[in-house]
Design a protein around this ligand. Structure first.
Ligand code: FE
Length: 257
């Protein structure tokens, strides 16, 4: 009943550095520039999202990755260039759930500087409120595109996605998959394939609501997830907002070659 090919996309590509390694990498000063401060999450014009306007999202996560060479894609290469990934273009339906505005700031990190990375491709994909992925044969959702999307970073290294709080499926903590690539489709360049996680107490509260509640109690929390165990603390989102909608900012530093 679990998705077939998508099992593979749980494999991380690129190494996420530990907090100690990050500090060593930055020598303290440059790192502060990436870690410090908050930024205003702005909703895409006309997106119709229910996320409160002007909501300030705290950028609390720092993920420095040492990228590896691009290898064959494990996920579905949709190249669906869109910011609001809640809909399914094939039938016009919208996946129900608590809105989530997810912002990525992608930077290129060298020994001396941390520079916004413009033109990087960011893919996001995750299961719906009931644990279902689109475009998965085993789940009979082939051809569906809900909760998948691609954006290219702007001059500030930023992309935004409007989506929903993910549900769960057996054996995994609640997560969102993401992939950052400098040169999609090429055999050179940098990429990071990883996952974002959620605070379990917050998830408990979200999952008391429909449609999540109808699935019952999830079987895996962060501390029971073997993939989370490999650097998940560095990939934990800090959400602002309330049960009407959340926002989160996640910073990714790709170590330049
Ligand atoms: Fe997954």
């Amino acid at each position: 009943m679990h998705h077939d090919i998508l099992d593979n996309d749980d494999l991380p590509v690129g190494r996420v550095h530990s907090r100690r390694e990050v500090l060593a990498l930055f020598g303290g000063v440059a790192g502060a520039a990436l870690v410090a401060g908050s930024m205003v999450a702005r909703a895409a014009p006309g997106s119709g999202t229910a996320i409160p306007a002007g909501l300030v999202a705290q950028a609390s996560s720092l993920c420095i990755a040492t990228p590896e060479e691009t290898e064959g894609p494990y996920f579905v290469e949709e190249m669906l260039n869109r910011s609001d990934i809640r809909t399914d273009p094939s039938d016009g339906t919208t996946r129900p759930g608590v809105p989530l505005l997810l912002t990525f700031n992608i930077a290129s990190v060298s020994a001396t500087a941390c520079t916004p990375l413009t033109g990087a491709t960011v893919d996001v994909w995750h299961c719906d409120a009931l644990g279902m992925y689109s475009d998965a044969r085993m789940e009979r959702t082939l051809g569906k595109k809900f909760l998948r999307g691609t954006q290219v970073t702007d001059a500030n290294g930023m992309v935004q996605f409007t989506t929903i709080y993910p549900g769960w499926y057996p054996g995994r903590a609640v997560h969102i998959h993401f992939k950052v690539r400098t040169t999609p489709g090429a055999t050179t360049g940098s990429q990071l394939t990883s996952q974002l996680y959620f605070d379990d107490t917050l998830t408990d509260a979200v999952f008391t609501q429909p449609p999540y509640a109808s699935k019952g109690q999830r079987d895996t929390r962060n501390n029971q997830d073997g993939i989370y165990a490999d650097g998940g603390d560095q990939l934990l989102l800090t959400l602002t907002g309330d049960t009407g909608g959340y926002a989160a900012v996640f910073n990714v530093g790709l170590k330049s070659a």
